[in-house]
Design a protein around this ligand. Structure first.
Ligand SMILES: [Mg+2]
Length: 279
């Protein structure tokens, strides 16, 4: 394949001593109609906003999702840290298959919503976390019921204190909780789910089963998904240049991904099932 002018993420250069293994640009890939496509939302399909409720879903993104879902026979799912109710609100009127809250919620192939979470596990944390947000203007506590996220994009100086506060808070209890560190966000959720497990669950059921899994994401919490897709010999695609990563392919940013999705879902060669991976 050629990587041309798009600068594959993770490309080697002298300053990249701690970068992950070199990953190739996904730009020249051609989708085939037998893909199962899994898409992270924030930072992948949508540009990240100052506050999660401020993201903008353009008509273009809606169109891409609708066309790709039809092209793939329904084998498309959103894999997000947002709750599914939030995803449905964002992408209304589309009601896509989805894993929410990093896999704690899942609307599977049959459209039925499955909930793996127990909200009470987070009860002890609510008081202390809202006290913490009172101390830092700009710090935003997002209570998603089965997970709680502290966004410090508007209070970056508080990062270290937030991280130690949450680590101690979780360590002080007996609940099976885990802490996730994303882009300017720390999240607490219960332990036994992640994006990789959600993708594996989709791949075990129609219309995903038997297809080639492709997962596109941008953040640390997407790494479990990349790993599962790698294990299934699918394609793991990182948006942006975060490092290290187990993703094997990359695209530089959200606009490039959208253009790429528009092209692959409309490619007549793909619709004929001709495989041209170009890797
Ligand atoms: Mg993301």
């Amino acid at each position: 394949m050629t990587t041309t002018s798009l600068n594959p993420v993770g490309s080697t250069n002298g300053a990249g001593a701690h970068r992950g293994p070199m990953i190739k640009s996904a730009w020249d890939m051609t989708a085939v109609a037998d893909w199962a496509l899994f898409l992270d939302v924030d930072g992948t399909l949508l540009e990240i906003a100052q506050r999660p409720e401020q993201v903008h879903v353009s008509e273009r993104v809606m169109n891409i999702l609708a066309v790709a879902e039809a092209f793939l026979g329904g084998a498309l799912a959103l894999i997000s840290g947002r709750g599914i109710a939030d995803l449905d609100r964002l992408f209304s009127p589309l009601k896509l298959r989805a894993a929410g809250l990093h896999g704690l919620e899942r609307r599977g192939g049959d459209g039925v919503l499955e909930n793996l979470g127990e909200a009470h596990l987070l009860d002890r944390l609510r008081g202390p976390l809202s006290e913490l947000t009172d101390r830092y203007p700009g710090l935003l506590l997002e209570d998603k019921g089965l997970a709680m996220a502290l966004h410090y994009r508007q209070a970056p100086d508080a990062e270290q204190e937030i991280k130690s506060f949450i680590a101690k808070l979780v360590a002080d209890g007996e609940e099976p909780l885990t802490v996730l560190h994303g882009k300017m966000v720390v999240e607490v959720k219960q332990m036994d789910s992640n994006k990789g497990k959600a993708i594996a669950a989709f791949m075990a059921e129609p219309p995903f089963a038997g297809r080639l899994p492709v997962f596109i994401g941008d953040d640390v919490t997407d790494e479990d998904g990349f790993q599962v897709v790698n294990d299934l010999k699918g394609h793991s695609i990182l948006v942006g240049d975060r490092s290290p990563t187990v993703a094997r392919l990359g695209l530089p940013d959200v606009p490039t991904l959208l253009t790429w999705l528009e092209r692959i879902a409309a490619d007549p060669a793909a619709q004929n099932g001709i495989v041209r991976e170009g890797l």
